[in-house]
Design a protein around this ligand. Structure first.
Ligand code: AMP
Ligand code: GLY
Length: 417
């Protein structure tokens, strides 16, 4: 089997590794990939999406796996182009990926299908935003389009709301687009990942992302400074509620609206006092949740995705371990505001008993790894208990050093419940 993974970050490094370790022993390619990914997967001589499709046809690729969201909605859409070219694709069509690409689309979908979510008003201008906020703080402001995880602000007061509104509606930091003014929910967050195949689904190991930059969940929001994953994160009754009130109505909604979906769907949930509610959908695995979840998944992921892309749910191909996994992110100096590249990374070879996934690194010509991105590495350890997995992940992460390295010391330790 020949598999091509689309993306270049830590999530794709984890996916590529899990696919390459599948018993079906696929040959794995990656586009655009990274130096670290290319130690497992082969690069592709393509620069654009149409070139990539032509190359996949020419090389008779059996399966395309979408890691990153941007390609799903680029041009005609990765999955749509694959379908035209006759290549099975694990990742949804462009029209379905609007669930992630447009927060307004997602909100209307949630409301149409009576799936619990925060109430929201869509606005076009500063005046409309101020009217919608109506002096109620905290408030949540969300840019409607893709904004690389930076389009959401939870604003405790008028000053912070004004600052975000200026950035988004006046300076148009993310380009043109509308804004959602959303009710602020409270409660612990959990990320649920389902493999959706038309009207069927399989839930993977739940995870929790540590979104804030600093210990004790302080500081600015980031793409994620770490994650913890375990089946034990939520109990059976809660999982059942999530299935019946959120996952199943979503699957039925996709079918009812003629939105083709074969791929991972990420449900970002808040466990509010009124029950679990959807904060967001992402049409892909989470990053860094994927790095935490993959070490708990065994079996044949490549065959599972291939069968899924062909419309067959094959749960027996996968096994989910009962243990805990903790992923600690090492981020570059200045992250999340700015990123300094080119700092030399040492200690990678000293890590033992943990996996290291590269998110933002580059191989220098002298054979040294250097930083090349905001989130640089994820160090992931698994164990039967949360404490042991967290201790191991932190101990191994400490061995890796680069100037300006930032990490949280409470990943896997701080409990949000
Ligand atoms: P998102 O990019 O939609 O995942 O939002 C980023 C983060 O903002 C979430 O993980 C939450 O911590 C927070 N957030 C988003 N929506 C809400 C909401 N309605 N109420 C409270 N917090 C929210
Ligand atoms: N960790 C959050 C995300 O992947 O969007």
């Amino acid at each position: 089997m020949k598999v091509l993974v689309v993306g270049k970050g830590g999530r794709e490094h984890a996916l590529v590794r899990a696919l390459a370790e599948s018993p079906s022993q696929p040959q794995v390619f990656c586009f655009p990939g990274s130096d670290a990914i290319f130690s497992i997967a082969k690069p592709v001589p393509a620069k654009t999406l149409p070139q990539l499709i032509d190359w996949m046809v020419e090389r008779k690729i059996d399966l395309c796996v979408a890691g990153e969201e941007s390609y799903l909605v680029k041009d005609e859409g990765l999955a749509n182009l694959c379908e035209k070219a006759g290549i099975p694709c694990w990742g949804p069509h462009k029209q379905s990926a609007q669930l992630e690409a447009s927060k307004e689309f997602a909100k209307n979908f949630l409301l149409r299908h009576q799936i619990p979510t925060a109430m929201a008003t869509v606005v076009d201008s500063l005046d409309e935003a101020v009217t919608a906020i109506n002096g109620q703080y905290p408030t949540v402001l969300k840019f409607d389009g893709l904004a690389a995880g930076k389009g959401v602000a939870v604003c405790p007061d008028e000053a912070s709301a004004q600052a975000f509104l200026q950035e988004v509606l006046v300076k148009q930091r993310f380009g043109e687009g509308r804004l959602l003014v959303e009710e602020c929910l409270t409660g612990p967050e959990v990320s649920i990942f389902a493999a959706i195949i038309d009207d069927q689904y399989l839930i993977f190991t739940p995870a929790r992302d540590y979104k804030r930059a600093l210990d004790a969940d302080l500081g600015p929001n980031t793409g994620g400074m770490g994650a913890v994953a375990s089946r034990q994160l939520i109990d059976a009754a809660l999982l059942e509620t999530i299935k019946t009130t959120i996952v199943e109505p979503t699957v039925r909604g996709l079918i009812a609206e003629g939105l083709p979906y074969r791929g991972f769907l990420y449900f970002g949930l808040m466990l509010t006092p009124q029950g679990p509610k959807v904060i967001e959908y992402n049409c892909r695995f989470g990053d860094p949740e994927c790095q935490a979840v993959m070490p708990l998944v065994s079996g044949d992921l490549a065959e599972f995705c291939l069968q899924g892309a062909r419309g067959v749910l094959a749960p027996k191909l996968l096994k989910f371990s009962d243990g805990w996994s903790v992923a600690v992110i090492l981020a570059a100096a200045g992250y999340p505001e700015i990123t300094r590249n080119g700092d030399q990374i040492t200690g990678l070879d000293d890590v033992a008993g943990a996996r290291v996934y590269h998110a933002g690194t580059k191989l220098h010509k002298d054979g040294m790894w250097v930083t090349h991105g905001g989130r640089v590495l994820a160090v992931v350890a698994t164990s039967t208990t949360r404490q042991a997995a967290a201790e191991m992940a932190h101990r191994q992460a400490e061995k890796i050093q680069f100037t300006g390295s930032q990490s949280r010391s409470d990943i896997g330790i701080l409990n949000f419940d």
